[in-house]
Design a protein around this ligand. Structure first.
Ligand code: ATP
Ligand code: AMO
Length: 434
């Protein structure tokens, strides 16, 4: 919009045109105030009824909350105004009128259920604390990109329509691709490996993954954002270092650049940046510590996957981010390499936040014969993966990587109760639109 001034830039002594939403109307009789909100903040517009043109007063004070208006007038200092300045209007234009009945109250005075908020995201995002989540989410992705670039990684984009699944534990969404069966990708896993095997060597991707999880939990989505890394000539220890660096950089960036947003979320006081030297526990130690908490009805045995209550109990016990390493090979996917000296143990690792898993990764099986054996052991048909396995015959270096759940990082960093709060338009069992 031509000649528009953001409310935050309106200086006393200037004549400006501001545009935004009607946040609040306060009619005190002889004087009335309209609070106009834009992306930079809010400003008070003063209507002195006896001294102003009737039509101007009627337009300004007759407009429904959340309507879009444009106001031209003089800016003056006013210590009693919420931001210390106010505008005395010469003209008010109603740009887009809002209904008087709103499905939710953007001023936040009336609480709304999460489902109402998600059904009306545009209105919901007019709340400062909701917008703060997405500003912080963007900052986290920016920090991840910067960290990967500092580590000489190339950003890649892999296909989301694929021929095979990779992550055994979760279901696939099937689609029809010109009459052929295809799926929405569960992970860029195989593609990022194929690129790390070229001399691009180190890659990262921030992109969607699709998982037909049947269960509806506060920490699962059916469409999530995966922050993936893959590096040639890397082992699982180096991949863990990279995961640690990305998570720590996200906290540091939010701490440095999102002071106002943390304030809006009531987190400014308590926000802590992790030290970046996360303890590394073996799987065996992890199950022993979980068993010792006495929180589970049944003791975990070697080979069991960690149940949610186990993760929570261990998280409380450890009290900070930590890795779990040395997982049994049989519960890690086919592409994870076994350890050299003990093939019962894998090079797979998880990075945990005290509340939940954030990352899975490991060193990959790059030896063609072992890879084919791995498929067979997991009951998969290697033929179906020919597009992937054949590249392992033409010089595939050792490589390692990980996938970090983007929304899990936002959720744990901000202490959100529900992962959906950190997604603009979440997909879950009940939610396909908006
Ligand atoms: P004043 O002479 O103090 O500007 P007024 O006589 O024009 O006020 P009132 O109707 O008496 O208007 O004011 C109602 C309330 O609004 C008072 O509590 C007053 O302090 C407050 N008020 C007046 N002007 C402003 C302003 N520009 N910003 C914020 N509050 C104001
Ligand atoms: P995994 O299946 O463990 O590993 O996924 C990696 C991380 O992605 C996040 N995540 C999810 N977040 C929200 N909703 C979901 N349904 C969901 N599923 C997964 C979690 C998880 O830790 N290919 C491997 C990674 C690798 O080895 O590089 C993989 O996908 O935070």
């Amino acid at each position: 919009m031509e000649n528009r001034t953001y409310t935050a830039d309106a200086e006393p002594g200037e004549s400006v045109t501001v545009a935004g939403w009607v946040h609040e109307l306060r009619d005190l009789g002889g004087i009335a105030f309209l609070i106009l909100r834009d992306t930079t903040g809010k400003i008070q517009i003063k209507f002195e009824k006896d001294e102003m043109d009737d039509e101007l007063v009627e337009t300004g004070l007759g407009v429904a909350r959340e309507s879009v208006i444009s106001v031209t007038g003089d800016v003056d200092e006013e210590p009693r105004a919420p931001t210390g300045v106010e505008i005395t209007p010469d003209s008010v234009e109603v740009v887009a009128e809002a209904d008087t009945e709103l499905p939710l109250d953007p001023s936040g005075k009336v609480d709304a259920e999460l489902s109402t908020r998600l059904d009306n995201r545009t209105l919901d995002l007019r709340k400062e604390e909701v917008q703060a989540i997405f500003t912080i989410r963007a900052e986290i992705q920016h920090a991840a990109r910067e960290t990967f670039r500092d580590l000489d990684c190339t950003e890649i984009n892999t296909p989301k329509i694929v021929a095979t699944g990779t992550e055994g534990g979760t279901e696939l969404f099937p689609i029809t691709y010109f009459g052929e069966e295809a799926f929405m990708n569960q992970s860029p896993q195989l593609f990022k490996q194929l690129i790390a095997g070229s001399n691009v060597e180190r890659v990262f991707e921030i992109g969607p993954i699709f998982r037909a999880e049947e269960h509806n939990t506060p920490r699962h989505l059916n469409e999530a954002t995966s922050i993936d890394f893959e590096g040639a000539f890397c082992d699982h220890h180096e991949a863990m270092d990279v995961a640690e660096a990305v998570v720590t950089a996200a906290y540091e960036a939010v701490n440095e650049n999102c002071e106002d947003e943390l304030e809006a979320l009531g987190l400014a006081e308590e926000f802590e940046v992790p030290t970046g030297d996360f303890p590394r526990l073996s799987y065996e130690e992890a199950i022993e510590r979980i068993n010792a908490t006495g929180e589970l009805d049944e003791q975990l045995l070697w080979g069991d996957d960690l149940p949610t209550e186990g993760e929570v109990a261990l998280g409380e016990d450890v009290g900070e981010h930590y890795f779990i390493t040395d997982w049994p090979s049989e519960i890690k996917p086919f592409y994870i390499m076994d350890q050299d000296d003990d093939e019962q143990l894998s090079t797979g690792f998880d990075l945990m936040h005290p509340r939940m898993e954030l990352v899975s990764g490991g060193q990959r099986e790059h030896r063609y014969d072992h890879l084919i054996e791995g498929f067979e052991q997991q009951g998969l048909d290697p033929e179906a993966f020919d597009y992937y396995t054949k590249m392992f015959k033409y010089g595939m270096p050792p490589h390692a990587g990980f996938g970090l759940g983007g929304e899990r990082l936002v959720m744990t960093l901000l202490g959100l109760d529900n992962i959906r709060e950190g997604v603009l338009f979440p997909r879950d069992r009940q939610r396909l639109s908006p």
